[in-house]
Design a protein around this ligand. Structure first.
Ligand code: ADP
Length: 161
């Protein structure tokens, strides 16, 4: 059986923390799917297409990583993609309660899919897409927090120095 992991999130935008998790996962699994949620409810700063483009540019070097957008239930796209693992990143204890709730819900919806957690290297543990968006909003420099390909795309959009 192939080990296929789906790594869901809003990725608004993809950060060095997300990248670190994908890099680890690409070594552990045969195939990794970065599943970018439309997340209309969260009113993302970037469109789903932009978020997919950021991720595609940042992750182009991984031959076993695929990017897809989705709208709807995670377990539905996970089943459609034959994923046997849902992958999530854990930064701090503050992530834990919400993540544990998600595990319970997803397990009830799809008992055959296991949720696994990976922790990023410590220098990435403080990075959050929310704070990155706040820096972008005030025209600041996010080059220490997001992959260089994302910086280049933000510069093109005249959103970063
Ligand atoms: P969500 O909208 O589901 O919170 P995010 O795009 O913010 O999605 O994050 C997707 C996943 O990546 C989540 O499991 C989140 O905990 C994890 N993550 C976010 N930032 C980091 C980081 N700096 N290091 C490791 N994991 C992270």
């Amino acid at each position: 059986m192939k080990a296929i992991a789906i790594y869901p999130g809003t990725f608004d935008p993809i950060t060095n923390g997300h990248l670190d998790i994908v890099e680890r996962a690409a070594k552990l699994f045969d195939h990794v799917i970065v599943a970018i949620a439309a997340s209309a409810r969260k009113s993302p700063a970037f469109t789903l297409i932009q978020r997919q483009e950021f991720a595609a540019a940042a992750l182009a070097r991984f031959s076993n990583v695929e990017i897809c957008g989705f709208d709807g239930l995670l377990v539905d796209i996970a089943k459609q993609k034959n994923a046997n693992v849902i992958l999530r990143g854990l930064r701090a204890v503050s992530d834990f309660e919400y993540e544990l709730q998600l595990v319970g819900m997803n397990r009830r919806l799809a008992p055959e899919i296991e949720t696994l957690f990976l922790a990023p290297a410590e220098q990435y543990a403080f990075i959050s897409a929310t704070i990155v968006r706040e820096i972008i909003n005030v025209g600041g420099d996010v080059s220490s927090f997001v992959p260089k390909e994302v910086v280049a795309k933000l510069q093109k959009l005249k959103l970063s120095k």
